[in-house]
Ligand binder design. Structure first.
Ligand SMILES: [Zn+2]
Ligand SMILES: [Zn+2]
Length: 645
């Protein structure tokens, strides 16, 4: 008999060789119908694979990301089988599951798959799935594996097998399709009920631009049609909110091939928005005792050798810049931290100087493959709302509290109501792989846990996820569509103070090492603005928009009155403009709506006579007429509610 520990800690006894499916059946028939895979000691297994030893297990269903992943990876095989049936002789690269669905890279020879072919592939997949074909796992020798794909003439699989070790190779067979695969998979194809091919794109074999371009086919599957329908509605909404689309429509940013891919150009309205975000944070930082600093965009190669970034970014990054005469080498800065360490070292520090908080909106450059670039979320140059706090080990906790205050202020002002916090700590069984003293780690891990608890924040603690140089806290926001985005981070660092030999003189007159805390509440301005656009669908909070109100005279007879309203609003620091084009007021309203201008103020004869404006709220229509002063007060109140501490 073996002992199986369930997630709730209960231990059950089973015959040796019991499978996940049998365990599920022993618990309930309902569970057996829903279960997709099993996690055995942190590894996801096929439900049919025998368990030989005592183990801790979790039965995975559609509610678990790993359950979904197993279904989607199995669906990738199913899609490949369908493609092979429809396009005989197709060759296959890799076909993994991804965050939402799966893809397969396929060499179709000179055939092409387009949107019109999707229904055919979907129908074939559904037909194959309904046959409930088992996914059969088979261990094969390297020579047998090479022989199989050699006979089939699939050079991509042959290349993958060459890199594998004999004795480690498994095949999965389902229906008429055999794949080189580590698994895990569903027991059979029957849970795959709803199928959608989402898109097709080109992808270089192994991401190498010098190699063949394959056809990458993306798909997604669900256990119920209803779930697929809901997903497609969400996808459509996400398309409408896509920051690349809205960024263009709202004239926030652009890209130019002449400037280079992955290098955003901020247009006046985007720059204005970004500056307002920066000012907001600068003000909060000033109040919290930060000092603003500025550092150059490049740094000597030795700076990054000292910091260790050369080893991390040097080889696979932008090439160094060399001076014509002196033979010096410079790198585009990938991080602001090394520069800030040198600012710390600019003069001797005493414990009385600590905590020292240095902040900079620092632009950094990191090489990304062109195929990986995506709007403002994956770029090659971006600005971090960076700061480094140098403090004593005893100050870590209060500094965390201070940073959290700023993060919460930001989330409130921008209406991110739903967020998650992840705390990454050491692997308690592997303490030797971390640098820094046991005492300091204890102190800071304890401090981070306490901060989360005291602030009443629902934080997930993940052991073993800390960087080798210190524990950290990450903030993930859920946007209006329920999508999770990683934004800000607070990271403790024992490494850079060592590497840069940072010191302060303590109350004991001895020299000590400070602790360094990296923090960026927005993360980067580019990524943050992208997430914000998608979260609010371009309808930015009133305090943030460049144009809070658009004054719309019903004809040019009222342009003078519109001017007068504008001046009054300016006295109240309200950002407004006049649409004095010779257009019907209906058209002016539509255009202002499209530009997501929060308030539209219609003025005509009645308004002029009464000294009022007719107020329309974006997306909500007519709000009635009011005096300019009362409107100004309304705007002020709305803003102070969002920005209140
Ligand atoms: Zn597979
Ligand atoms: Zn840093």
């Amino acid at each position: 008999m073996i002992h199986i520990t369930l997630p709730d800690g209960a231990v059950r006894q089973y015959e040796e060789g019991i499978s996940g499916l049998q365990i599920a059946q022993s618990i309930s028939e309902g569970l057996a119908r829903k279960v997709l895979a099993i996690k055995v000691n942190d590894e996801v297994w096929d439900l049919t694979r025998p368990i030989a030893k005592d183990a801790a297990i979790k039965l995975l269903t559609w509610d678990d990301q790993e359950g979904k992943a197993t279904m989607w990876h199995s669906s990738a095989h199913l899609m490949a089988e369908a493609v092979e049936a429809l396009y005989p002789g197709a060759k296959f690269g890799i076909g993994p599951d991804i965050e939402h669905g799966f893809y397969y890279d396929i060499d179709l020879g000179d055939r092409v798959i387009s949107d019109e072919d999707f229904p055919l592939i979907e129908a074939k997949m559904k037909e194959l799935a309904s046959g409930a074909h088992a996914y059969k796992r088979k261990e094969v020798s390297k020579s047998d594996a090479l022989q199989y794909f050699g006979n089939k003439g699939d050079e991509y699989k042959l290349e993958l097998i060459q890199d594998l070790e004999d004795g480690q190779i498994t095949f999965y067979e389902s229906g008429h399709f055999v794949d080189l695969c580590r698994g895990p998979h569903l027991p059979d194809t029957s849970p795959i009920k709803a199928v959608k091919i989402l898109s097709v794109a080109g992808a270089y074999w192994r991401g190498d631009e010098k190699r063949k371009m394959l056809t990458r086919l993306y798909g997604i599957t669900f256990p119920k049609q209803k779930e697929l329908d809901e997903y497609l509605v969400l996808l459509e909404e996400a398309r409408k909110r896509d920051h690349r689309k809205l960024g263009r429509e709202l004239e926030l940013f652009t890209f130019s091939q002449m400037v280079g891919s992955g290098l955003p150009l901020w247009l006046p309205k985007g720059a204005d928005l970004r500056e307002r975000l920066e000012l907001f944070l600068k003000k909060a930082q000033k109040k919290a005792g930060y000092y603003q600093v500025m550092t150059p965009h490049i740094g000597n190669v030795n700076l990054y050798k000292t910091s260790g970034h050369y080893q991390k970014y040097g080889q696979d990054s932008f090439r160094p810049i060399s001076t014509p005469q002196e033979g010096e080498e410079f790198f585009l800065k990938p991080m602001n931290c090394p520069h800030h360490c040198e600012i710390y070292k600019a003069k001797p520090r005493s414990y009385k100087d600590l905590p020292l908080r240095l902040a900079e909106f620092g632009t950094v450059y990191r090489y990304e493959q062109s195929g990986e670039l995506h709007g403002l979320t994956r770029v090659r140059g971006f600005t971090q709302d960076d700061a480094h706090i140098f403090c004593t080990p005893d100050q870590v906790k209060s500094e965390f509290v201070g940073v959290m205050d700023i993060v919460m202020k930001i989330f409130k002002a921008l209406d991110f109501k739903d967020f998650l916090i992840q705390i990454s700590l050491r692997d308690p069984n592997n303490k030797e792989k971390y640098i820094g003293s046991e005492e300091n780690w204890e102190k800071s891990e304890q401090a981070i846990r306490e901060v989360a608890l005291e602030q009443g924040l629902n934080a997930e603690i993940v052991l073993g996820e800390a960087a080798f140089y210190g524990p950290k806290m990450d903030f993930m926001v859920k946007d209006a569509l329920g999508r999770k985005w990683q934004l800000g981070t607070i990271q403790v660092d024992y490494n850079l103070p060592e590497r840069f030999e940072l010191e302060y003189v303590g109350a004991d007159n001895e020299k000590h090492r400070p602790v360094m805390i990296h923090r960026a509440p927005f993360g980067s301005m580019e990524r943050f603005v992208a997430v914000l656009i998608e979260h609010c669908a371009g309808k930015f909070p009133l305090w943030l928009v460049s144009e809070q109100a658009m004054i719309l005279p019903v004809s040019d007879k009222y342009n003078d009155y519109a001017e007068k309203v504008l001046h009054l609003l300016e006295n109240y620091d309200i950002r407004a403009a006049i649409d004095d084009r010779n257009e019907k007021v209906g058209k002016k309203i539509r255009d202002a709506e499209l530009k997501r201008i929060p308030y539209m103020l219609v003025v005509g004869e009645k308004e002029e006579n009464e000294g009022t404006v007719s107020v329309r709220r974006q997306g909500e229509g007519d709000q009635g007429s009011t005096s300019v002063e009362a409107f100004a007060q309304l705007v002020k109140d709305e803003i102070s509610r969002m920005l209140a501490d």
